[in-house]
Design a protein around this ligand. Structure first.
Ligand code: SF4
Ligand code: SF4
Ligand code: FES
Length: 254
């Protein structure tokens, strides 16, 4: 079994006979276990990930990576925590894309396409090449939400971009230099603030908090030990990801 001291992160426990494969990290060759993610391979090679790592589950967008495969001229992109290493892969991580982000005051912006064009005029240069969609590790329809932004259909932008993790990969490949994810988050904010129907439930709950409905429960919670709180947290009811008619069984907190 190969022996290697790890600097940080998950410690891969290698099964007897695990094959090591060569990869190149920033041009330097390392032998790493096959079938691990790029992130684990980086750590196996001794890199300490201070930037370029967060959730390790494909949701924070911190680990954008550019790589090339053996005998292939194409540059590929992906998330280091989700992409599995391949023999003779050449890679480097890009923990931060310095993409353009407008400075604006949300309170003064109208939810209109002209405001977006004023802040991000380059959006008009979109040539419909679809590169952004093909590169998105979340498989979002990036080109579609940019078109929807240009049509002023902010609801569609919010819907199509909702799972964007701000990794920046789309922007890095866009020939028109559009920062799709910064445009999308601005539109989601504008949509949420100005266009989305208000939640009656939220208003009701704010009122209930104001009149002290939850004071006793909060006081009880404050007296619990960490173990008791952990237990309560583990036992909580969780709304399923997709559900038309889910209702909590215990409604004392609702
Ligand atoms: S839309 Fe862009 S920033 Fe968002 S997840 Fe996809 S590639 Fe990353
Ligand atoms: S990569 Fe850029 S130019 Fe191409 S479709 Fe996406 S936003 Fe438009
Ligand atoms: S570490 Fe969060 S997406 Fe990879």
């Amino acid at each position: 079994m190969p022996e290697k001291k790890l600097a940080t992160g998950d410690q891969p426990i290698l099964l007897e006979g695990t094959k090591l494969i060569p990869i190149y990290i920033m041009g330097k060759k390392y032998d790493v276990p096959e079938s691990v993610t790029i992130m684990k391979a980086l750590e196996y090679a001794g890199y300490q990930l201070i930037r370029g790592s967060g959730c390790r589950g494909g949701v924070c967008g911190a680990c954008a990576t550019v790589y090339r495969k053996k005998d292939d001229y194409k540059l590929y992109t992906g998330l280091a925590c989700q992409t599995v290493v391949e023999p003779e892969m050449y890679l480097t991580q890009i923990p931060f894309y310095p993409a353009f982000r407008s400075i604006h005051n949300l309170e003064l912006l109208k939810p209109e396409v002209d405001e977006i064009v004023k802040l991000y005029p380059e959006i008009l240069k979109c040539m419909g090449c679809n590169t952004c969609t093909k590169e998105c590790p979340q498989e979002l329809e990036v080109m579609e939400f940019i078109s929807a932004a240009l049509r002023g259909d902010f609801e569609k932008v919010a819907e199509l971009s909702f799972h964007c993790i701000m990794c920046g990969i789309c922007t890095s490949r866009c020939p028109a230099q559009i920062s799709q994810y910064n445009i999308a988050i601005l539109i989601r904010r504008l949509y949420g603030k100005n266009l989305m129907p208000e939640s009656s439930k939220l208003e009701r709950m704010v009122e209930e908090i104001k009149v002290g409905k939850y004071d006793r429960l909060l006081d009880e919670l404050a007296l619990k030990t960490m173990d008791e709180i952990t237990e309560l947290y583990k036992k909580r009811e969780i709304e399923p990801q997709i559900s038309e008619d889910w209702k909590a069984k215990d409604i004392q907190y609702l």
